[in-house]
Design a protein around this ligand. Sequence first.
Ligand SMILES: [Zn+2]
Ligand SMILES: [Zn+2]
Length: 248
Amino acid sequence: MAAMPIRKVFRELFRGALDALIPPLCRGCEQEWADFLCPSCEQELEKLRLPLQVCTTCGMPMESRQCFRCSRFGKPFAFQKARASFYYAGVVKTLIRKAKYEGYPDLLLSLAEHTLLDWPVTSQAVVPIPGNPERSRERGYRPSRMLGELIASTLELPFLDVLRARKSAPQVEQRSYAARIQNATGKFQVKAPASLPPSVLLVDDVITTGATVHEAARVLKRHGVREVQVWTLASEIPEFLLPPGITP
Ligand SMILES: [Zn+2]
Ligand SMILES: [Zn+2]
């Protein structure tokens, strides 16, 4: 676990006993605040909701029918439609990073509770993106699985954890788009000859280039799935498209 301020360590050790002595903190900025987010972080969270005018395919906040992320890909994504709830920036990024790298899975759920699935989900099952098994073991949970279960129970759909990462190649942070596509190809397989419905919703925490969800959708389609929708908690958006006043 990453180093954390001593007061947070105390809080973890003596949760409850010390709650009366140490004032609770906003989970975004860590100022004293009794709820999930202080008013200023709450306000920022509202600004970070993705607008309704987005690329019809990948959910990039642009009014044109096809955004540069989709046109750059050169051929269609294997999924039909991807939508995210928040920009991956500001307080949203802080909360997701704390959840993933500092061991606070409850933050992902709290954030997910603030999302609205305000587009018609026509899928018949929910499939999470596989995680790196080692990282999941370290963390004790898998973000995509936790979010997938939440979405499945909200939509009353079956939860099918049918994909697995084929090999645990060293996870290098790939920034280049071509490198990410290359890296994702062949990454997943379907665990068992599962019976999959014709239409599924893929779930992950963050969409960046779309390469990972594209590859997962491609593999599912080889196993009889015809339509793949994607939902992620957040979408990494180029800085020039962020709302004013938001830090990347
Ligand atoms: Zn705050
Ligand atoms: Zn797009």
